[in-house]
Write a protein that binds this ligand. Sequence first.
Ligand SMILES: [Zn+2]
Ligand SMILES: [Zn+2]
Length: 447
Amino acid sequence: MSAATTSDRTRLRVRVTGAVQGVGFRPYVYRLAVRYGLAGFVINGPEGVTIEVEGDRASDFVATLPLEAPPLARIDHNCVRETAALEAKEFSIGTSEAGKLSTQIVVDAAACQQCLSELFDPESRRYLYPFISCCHCGPRYTIAERLPYDRRNTVMRAFRLCAACAAEYADPASRRFHAEAIACPTCGPRLSHGISAIAAAIAGGQIVAIKRLGGYQLLCDARNQDAVQRLRRRKQRLQKPFAVMVDSVERVSDIAEANAPELALLESVARPIVLLSSRNNLAPAIAPGLSRVGVMLPVAPLHHLIFHALRSAGACVRTGPVIVATSANLCGEPLLIDNAQALRRLKAISDLIVTHDRDIVARADDSVVSVVAGRPRFIRRARGYVPEQIRLAKVGAVRARRRRSTEIDRHHHAGQPSVRLPAYWRSGYGRGHPRVRGDDPTPYIEP
Ligand SMILES: [Zn+2]
Ligand SMILES: [Zn+2]
């Protein structure tokens, strides 16, 4: 904790709006305040984040604030005014402020590099743990039931933090300081099957359903024509192309041609499916008669673990494993997110159904993007991109936009500290995605 100096004390109140909740913004503010020897507090508020800083270097703090913000944060507006000094001695992270809600919820983000290093580090207590996350990665939008984005308002409240996680959550030096979705093998969600069993099923030509961020997903070996055809028959999807997943950006060139903007999109935290020129060396049933193939990189730690197990088991050593990754739903129906429903409905499609006990609140399909003249063109804007652009405060504008764009809304309950999001908001984007049709000749990759 920092002790503020006593001479010429300035106390500033800073209100920050934008994508500032659930992105490690409060821990960032805390560390910055400590760096400048300031007292005060930071809290999630109805408008975004409210900060009060007191001390000689309060102005330096305000000047630096937008410059070093966390990677997933976006500051739209920064309002500063002077207030009376309180001779405060410490800086703290407060509980959330009540009031009308108008802040934004942040998109889910692919596993970050630091979490991946821990995931495969035998010394880490989250070694091979599929629900590893931190302030800079993991689920947000798909697990939030209410705003503001605090653990108690997400499905993670069902998992009481163990002592080790609680210590990280409370430690300003930890990159999981106030990371709301924090979990570990002791206290967090659990997967229904071992990773080696999942990998063995895929390598053996079976169709596997997994519960990933925002909904269930079907996987099978993308080089196994028989498996892909079986998936088509069972899913009653006879023509539309499937997307495939490779384990790293280096492996993309094995199966497709990709230029720099396309590779950058593949590697972005949103991890969309990117349509690329195919080398036609996968099962022909993946994209019958098409010159392009939808490619994506692993999104969740679970995907990385499956690839790791496939490689360890010696599957596809020469070329690297490639798996079909498609949304788990029956033809024309929305993406499945509920465990009981998935176990019932996916029996006819998949040979193995891998589930876990972290609920999904909002559906989020994979986004599909094509790069045209160096610029991304959305074919489906979903996971990783929604609802980033939507300001919850502007309900009227959102309603008007809803007819042609992403569906999102919330009730206005003046004075309530948190608001339950309405059912259709929670039910996500199943068949209502905005689609930019443009002149792209490639058929859409449907859920
Ligand atoms: Zn992380
Ligand atoms: Zn724990």
